[in-house]
Design a protein. Structure first.
Length: 459
């Protein structure tokens, strides 16, 4: 076999986010094929063979690619609605519209969501899709196709709902699946699309939506299905005080105890939000290594509260960052969540000691990879890991007077992405996507948003 082609990146600051938080003020990184071959201080070694490209990265910080741990792509075409609602009222307002999505809409929305994240430094993305109206087409396939075209590493959390309004849930009756239908469709999606290999570009998780939109049977049998198939589990948990009240009224216990009773705590599980967690809840997550997708902007947008991230980290809970759906975080960007996670957590009990710049960067990189079960492959810059990395330009007006590059990236304005690599392949150059047409995607998402508005208005 021919030797792998190399890409050499030099003259840059590097934040590896490895176990020792190793950093180089001026260093180099060598990509060979789809792996990081070497990195270190100073210039790359002389005499490297098969060097296909050399990048002079003066003025840049190189970090691991950002990892998004929670999202709902279909919401890209319902942004800017119900802007003054809390979670339950927001869901009631939007479920009737969401229940009318189809494959064409979902594909366009996935393209928009993925494009916005990728151009801002996301190299590993996920989507929790749980709305499957009857006759709407191959929604999972459409989302996976959009991710493949964009070039990101991707996890589809195949969601489901079977508790509708008639059963005491929030979704309208026509927006849910049956228990049997949801389980069968989820298993089929895993078998068709999940790749368990080290450098997998597509993986699938089992992901019933939330305690207030799925039955106890779907949660319990979903967990059994995931473990039989050897894939991860994802859901929403402890997002609002209303959810806690709902669980206590319906199940006689809080969300964490309810999840544990259905098999939903474990190192193969991660949950979105986890805002309203007491000491016992955090201890249970730490004991079982259950992960958390922290979504600071969405939590603020829906007035859900401030998650106890510093306490989770101190206890040993794996925590990553999430955009969440763009109907509750209209920007759709993850790199801004580094800053928002730090600032919002400093409004909590720990104040200025809550998070620092490097902890925020770790949440958005290694923490996210850990939550998705991919920390052995990505999330830090280390020899042998997959070549998923970002070059942030920090020598412009926005950042040039901040001496520390990690502080500049996290505390400063959103930094331009000069280059982003996934699996050793460049997907962004000068903040523009290389493999999809951003302008065409903008037109398509606008058209599909207008189409969905018309269909929902017709009832």
């Amino acid at each position: 076999m021919a030797a792998a082609q190399r890409i050499v990146i030099e003259n840059c600051s590097i934040a590896t986010v490895d176990a020792d938080d190793t950093e180089y003020a001026s260093g180099h990184l060598v990509i060979a094929g789809n792996r990081i071959e070497s990195l270190g201080a100073g210039r790359a070694p002389e005499g490297l063979e098969n060097v296909d490209r050399r990048i002079d990265a003066t003025g840049h910080l190189v970090t691991p690619g950002l990892v998004n741990t929670h999202h709902h792509y279909y919401q890209w075409i319902t942004r800017g609605l119900a802007t003054d609602h809390n979670l339950f009222n927001w869901l009631v307002a939007l479920y009737p519209t969401w229940a009318r999505i189809d494959e064409q809409m979902v594909y366009a929305a996935a393209q928009g969501s993925l494009a916005m994240m990728a151009r801002g430094g996301v190299t590993t993305a996920m989507d929790h899709h749980y709305v499957f109206p009857a006759g709407s087409g191959d929604l999972s396939g459409a989302i996976i196709r959009a991710a493949r075209e964009t070039g990101v590493r991707f996890t589809l959390a195949r969601g489901s709902m079977d508790r509708s309004e008639k059963d005491g849930g929030l979704p309208p009756d026509f927006a849910v699946e049956t228990l049997e239908g949801a389980l069968a469709a989820t298993e089929a999606t895993v078998k068709e699309h999940h790749d368990s290999s080290f450098d997998a570009m597509t993986q699938v998780a089992v992901a019933p939506c939330s305690p207030f939109s799925v039955s106890t049977e779907l949660l319990r049998e979903g967990a059994e299905l995931a473990r039989r198939l050897g894939v991860r589990l994802h859901t929403h948990g402890s997002e609002t005080v209303e959810e806690e009240q709902f669980c206590k009224e319906l199940f006689g216990m809080g969300p964490t105890d309810y999840f544990e009773s259905t098999g939903w705590l474990g190192e193969d599980v991660w949950m979105a939000h986890c805002v309203h967690m007491n000491d016992s809840d955090i201890a249970a997550f730490a004991r079982t290594k259950t992960g958390v997708a922290h979504c600071p902007s969405s939590n603020a947008r829906l007035a859900a509260g401030i998650a106890r991230v510093p306490d989770m980290l101190a206890a040993g809970v794996p925590v990553g960052l999430g955009v969440d759906g763009t109907a509750s975080n209209e920007s759709g960007e993850l790199h801004t969540e580094l800053r928002n996670a730090l600032l919002i957590n400093r409004l909590g009990a720990h104040r200025e000691a809550a998070l620092n710049a490097r902890q925020a960067l770790r949440l958005g990189t290694y923490g996210g990879a850990q939550v998705l079960g991919r920390a052995a492959e990505t999330g830090s810059l280390e020899a042998g890991k997959l070549a998923d990395l970002v070059l942030w330009k920090l020598d412009t007006l926005a950042h040039a007077s901040i001496a520390d590059p990690v502080t500049a990236l996290v505390f400063g304005a959103a930094a331009p992405v000069t280059a982003s690599f996934v699996n050793g392949r460049q997907i962004v150059e000068n903040s523009r996507l290389l493999h999809v047409d951003e302008d065409a995607i903008a037109r398509s998402t606008r058209e599909q948003a207008q189409r969905l508005t018309r269909i929902a208005a017709q009832g």
